[in-house]
Write a new protein. Structure first.
Length: 547
């Protein structure tokens, strides 16, 4: 019994293979020449070679009149014979000769492998070139959106760039506000005005990448597979879209919004978005996050600048409410000083001289700080100026001012006030205290008296009653009216300045001009706090009968 040997490639076939390998046709031509030799050597009617591409086999070369499919799946045509190759498969239609084998089959397997590797190399080269073009496009997009600081224009620019980069027919931009996604811009169709983030949670179909689309889930070649099937939650973003791709816009690791595109343009209409599209959209979302954050910071800076201008204006208005200079009264000296804790404050003082020659000194402290307190200061200022011309200082004036503030301000707002009216001819001082710190009267001999408190703060109860007191001023006597921002000034150790230190500073400088007395108290308080800012306004009003 003799064993038959498979046909061996003739020297002429080897020469043809070597010639094809050395030619300029490349690996594809070499594969075709080997396949032709194999077909002729084994008397095949037709043959085709397939190489692996993803989950399918893709036609690489064919000879003969038979019609071969472009790709092979798990099933293959039954009319053809099949041989497995290391990197693919050989399909052939027998013509009466023996099955293909021997050195030509090995040469075919080698040529098929070389052609497959060459194809992959070409694809990688193309992807690298495309990646470079894509990065350049993203760079240009980044420059375009980074130069826009207007939030409305920026949202439109981001969405239009996203739709253009991904050849999408639909698009939407959502920003996260108060725990929900709010629609900012749309393109190509309507989208929900608001979305609950909880509705967008879930696991997508396909390979598990969230937010990408591809409704069919079919097998395709390398580099073209959809990132995932469209989830039902994603369809909420673009109702009516067949394919949806969405990525999160994040800043500092926290969500800021969603960038959504739908229905990618293709030669046959619309198709799914691939993994490369998701990468592109993610990079664009990163740039969008930076641009949106810059726009937000720019808007906040403008708003802060506007508020600072308004505060400066408010501070200037409040400074104009204070006396520009004290009135001149023969035989007496007057001085006032105020330092707000913020741009504007809740302390207020006034020095008024009536046509009859009387002098009214007022110091008020509004509950609270900042603009609300400053607005109430304006109300107090207007009320005192109007009532001082209609009623002498005493229970009637205090009661009418209290009634006005109780009706014109919020229930939780009130004002402490100490007002004193001087009769220069009689050297007599008449005063009313509405819940304020008691005035300090430094006698020329060194004794210190406290003027008693006479009623509730203004604005608490509409029917509050007040009492007036009076005291005579001897030559050299000094009246000090102050706000609690001075006595409650805190040192770095948490100690308060206190009334005792205030009395000491006043006593040490009692014989100096009142301007120097004010400077002494100011320096003492500032030094006690070691220059640290304080939480309360500081105000001082001084009146002294000359010796």
């Amino acid at each position: 019994m003799s064993l038959s040997r498979p046909p061996v490639a003739e020297p002429t076939a080897v020469d043809e293979i070597l010639t094809a390998a050395a030619g300029r046709g490349g690996d594809r031509l070499l594969l075709l020449r080997v396949l032709e030799l194999l077909t002729r050597q084994f008397d095949l009617a037709a043959a085709a070679v397939y190489g692996r591409a993803g989950k399918r086999l893709e036609l690489q070369a064919a000879v003969g009149a038979a019609s071969f499919p472009a790709t092979l799946g798990r099933r293959q045509p039954t009319r053809f014979e099949s041989l497995a190759l290391p990197g693919g498969r050989l399909l052939y239609e027998a013509g009466g000769g023996p099955p293909p084998g021997g050195s030509l089959l090995l040469a075919l397997a080698a040529a098929q492998r070389a052609a497959t590797l060459h194809g992959r190399l070409r694809r990688r080269s193309f992807e690298a070139s495309y990646r470079g073009v894509e990065l350049q496009a993203l760079y240009d997009v980044g420059l375009a959106i980074a130069s826009t600081l207007d939030p409305e224009r920026l949202g439109e620019e981001i969405l239009l760039r996203a739709v253009s980069l991904l050849d999408a027919r639909r698009g939407a931009l959502y920003l996260l506000r108060d725990g929900e996604y709010v629609l900012q811009e749309t393109f190509g169709g309507a989208a929900p005005a608001r979305l609950d983030p909880g509705e967008l949670l879930g696991t997508p179909a396909g390979d598990g990448e969230p937010g990408a689309s591809g409704p069919g889930g079919s097998e395709v070649g390398d580099g073209a597979s959809p990132a995932a099937e469209t989830r039902e939650p994603d369809r909420l973003l673009l109702p009516g879209a067949g394919h949806v791709l969405q990525v999160a816009i994040e800043a500092d690791g926290r969500p800021r919004g969603l960038l959504v595109v739908g229905d990618k343009e293709s030669r046959t209409g619309v198709g799914p978005f691939g993994s490369a599209d998701r990468r592109t959209l993610s990079l664009l979302a990163n740039q969008a996050a930076i641009a949106l954050e810059n726009a937000r910071l720019h808007s906040e800076a403008l708003e802060k600048e506007r508020l600072e201008r308004e505060l400066e204006l408010a501070a200037e208005i409040q400074r104009r409410l204070l006396p520009e200079r004290p009135p001149v009264v023969e035989g007496f000296e007057l001085a006032g000083w105020s330092r707000p804790a913020q741009h504007v404050g809740g302390d207020y003082y006034d020095l008024l001289r009536s046509p009859e020659g009387r002098v009214l000194t007022v110091l008020a402290d509004v509950a609270g700080k900042g603009l609300p307190a400053a607005l109430m200061v304006s109300t107090v200022h207007a009320g005192i100026r109007l009532l001082a011309d209609r009623a002498p200082l005493g229970p009637e004036l205090a009661g009418r001012l209290n009634q006005h503030l109780a009706e014109a301000t919020a229930p939780n707002k009130f004002v402490t006030l100490l007002a004193a009216e001087l009769d220069p001819a009689r050297a007599e001082l008449r005063f009313v205290n509405a819940g304020h710190n008691p005035g300090l009267l430094l006698r020329a001999g060194g004794a210190v008296e406290e003027l008693p408190v006479g009623g509730l703060p203004l604005g608490i109860f509409a029917g509050s009653a007040y009492q007036a007191g009076s005291v005579a001023l001897a030559p050299g006597d000094l009246l000090c009216m102050y706000s609690d921002g001075i006595t409650e000034c805190v040192s770095p150790d948490g100690e308060e300045f206190g009334v005792g230190r205030l009395k000491e500073r006043l006593g040490a400088a009692a014989e100096r001009p009142l301007g120097e007395v004010v400077e002494t108290v100011e320096r003492a308080v500032t030094g006690f706090a070691c220059g640290r800012s304080q939480a309360d306004d500081q105000t001082l009003v001084l009146l002294r009968r000359q010796g």
